[in-house]
Design a binder for this molecule. Sequence first.
Ligand SMILES: Nc1ncnc2c1ncn2[C@@H]1O[C@H](COP(=O)(O)OP(=O)(O)OP(=O)(O)O)[C@@H](O)[C@H]1O
Length: 302
Amino acid sequence: METEGLTKFYGRRRGLEDLDLEIRPGEVFGYLGPNGAGKTTTIRLLLDVIRPTRGRMSVLGTDPRDPRVRGRIGYLPGELALEGRERASEYLAFLAGVRGGVSRDRITALAERLEADLSVPMGRLSKGNKQKVGLIQAFMHEPEFLILDEPTGGLDPLVQQEFLAMVREVRAAGRTVLMSSHVLAEVEDVADRVGIVRQGRLVAVEDVAALREKAVRRVEFHFDAPVPREEFEGLPGVRDLRVEGANLSCTIDGRPDALIKAAARFTVVHLVSAEPDLEEIFLTYYSEEEAHHARAGVQEPA
Ligand SMILES: Nc1ncnc2c1ncn2[C@@H]1O[C@H](COP(=O)(O)OP(=O)(O)OP(=O)(O)O)[C@@H](O)[C@H]1O
């Protein structure tokens, strides 16, 4: 999927402006932003539900207006309108018939994985069960490109884990996923890259692995006997070193490799390492970028 200068104005209101984004085949891309940032606008443009004010895009190598492309996409809308007395199982069987090539077993298997109750009339489904029905219909025809608008809202933690496993399987099969969310924490375990959109503009795109490497984390080692401080001084990435008897604490900037190798010369009894808060790093990075642009803006001739 690729967009160039993709822009959507609703009258004078900006929905999305000048989006240049490429999502590579086989990657999981996390699309992040607060309410009203332009995530859903982007998704609707990609699905040809709305048309751009200007700009270009290609989805699965073709124009999204090509009616054949829709069948190759799986879509979970942010707000699901599942109403009426029809049972969820009947609705899914109907969609399976329309799309073709989806077996009843496939639907049953997905429902079991997500612990979805399909026997309930749609209008009486709980929020979580609606979300599950939405996920089943998005995944069931094994689409080449999955577009999931806020997929994890309303799912309990165990079901969320199962959903993430499904996303990983999609990637392992070489298919592509775009998933939106308000927060990085919801997508960081599964996304290869994340992009953040604010007020209709894409402000940063980052590799999650690179973000993790940039992360500063606090670690503590407890040894079985006092250790010499000199052995740990000046190690790459190690800062704020404190050695008190058999206890050592420090922060690590980037890879912990050198510290681990130094510590391995002694007997480690206990190790504590706090997960870095990627959200914090990402936002820090983003606000620096923004500050940079603001400064650049000041220098620009009128
Ligand atoms: N149909 C519409 N008519 C007018 N303005 C709209 C319409 N749809 C979206 N907007 C505006 O476009 C902007 C982007 O909205 P969009 O729904 O894409 O954001 P979002 O990132 O998906 O937010 P959320 O997380 O709340 O779903 C907002 O300012 C919104 O008010």
